[in-house]
Structure formats: C-alpha cells, structure tokens
Design a protein around this ligand. Structure first.
Ligand SMILES: [Zn+2]
Ligand SMILES: [Zn+2]
Length: 134
C-alpha cells in the first residue's frame, strides 16, 4: 500500500506566525524551524514537515535523550507545552496547524512520539482532507 505523505504547515501558537522555512528543505519540503535551548547552548532546530517523518537537523550538539526547550523564532516565547509525552514523560511541544488543530511533538531528542489533536474532529478532519487532497 502506498503511504500518503502529509506535509503540515505549522504556526506559532502564541504569535500566529509561520514556522515554515522555505530555504531549508527536509524530505523535499519546507522544514519547520524553531530555536532551541539546552543546558549549555542555544541553536536552531529544523524538523521535517511531513507528518510521521522524524528527519531533523539540529544546529548544536544535543545528546541523545536530552530534553530541549523550543522557542518561536518570531516572538521568542517558549512554544506551548501541553501534556507529558506518553512514551517518556518529557514535555510535549505544540504547534498550530494551518488546516486546523494542533500537532504535538516530544521535546526529548531521540523520542519520536508525536500526534495530532483536532478540536472538532469531524470538521477539522474534513478540512484536513480537503487541504491535503485525500
Ligand atoms: Zn511566536
Ligand atoms: Zn517522548
């Protein structure tokens, strides 16, 4: 069965600005760019925008298993932390999806846990399908 690739367009949940970086491609799509902070350093993290893809590029050394703080490159606020990761208990960071809903990813390097949350499932799913042409 062919796997459909869904590329998400995400925004900062705080200032509403796009987090997409058209100049830095991952998986041949614009990546999601956020600023990160570890205990020792600050840098930039690019994430693949294809849902389910764990491809990423980290500009600073981050140890496997280290939890990073993520910040919006526009408003510099810490990106919405919601629940704890069901797999490893690190904070989950939220991004707003343009098509509606929120995508949450685990802030621990090496943990691939992520999921999408829709406020109104029926409505948002239909928008989602429409936007991505299912
Ligand atoms: Zn922002
Ligand atoms: Zn996790």
């Amino acid at each position: 069965m062919e796997k459909k690739e869904i590329s998400l367009f995400v925004k900062c949940p705080l200032c509403g600005k796009s987090l997409m970086d058209d100049e830095f491609l991952l998986g041949n799509k614009p990546s999601v760019r956020v600023n990160i902070q570890t205990v020792e350093d600050r840098g930039v993290l690019h994430l693949c925008s294809i849902y389910g893809c764990t491809l990423k590029h980290i500009g600073i050394p981050v140890a496997e298993g280290e939890v990073v703080d993520m910040f919006c490159p526009h408003c510099n606020k810490e990106l919405g932390i919601s629940d704890k990761c069901p797999e490893c208990e690190a904070p989950m960071v939220s991004f707003v999806i343009r098509a509606g809903g929120v995508v949450r990813i685990c802030s621990r390097n090496g943990c691939a846990s992520h999921h999408i949350v829709f406020k109104d499932v029926a409505d948002e799913m239909s928008k989602f399908y429409y936007e991505y042409g299912f």
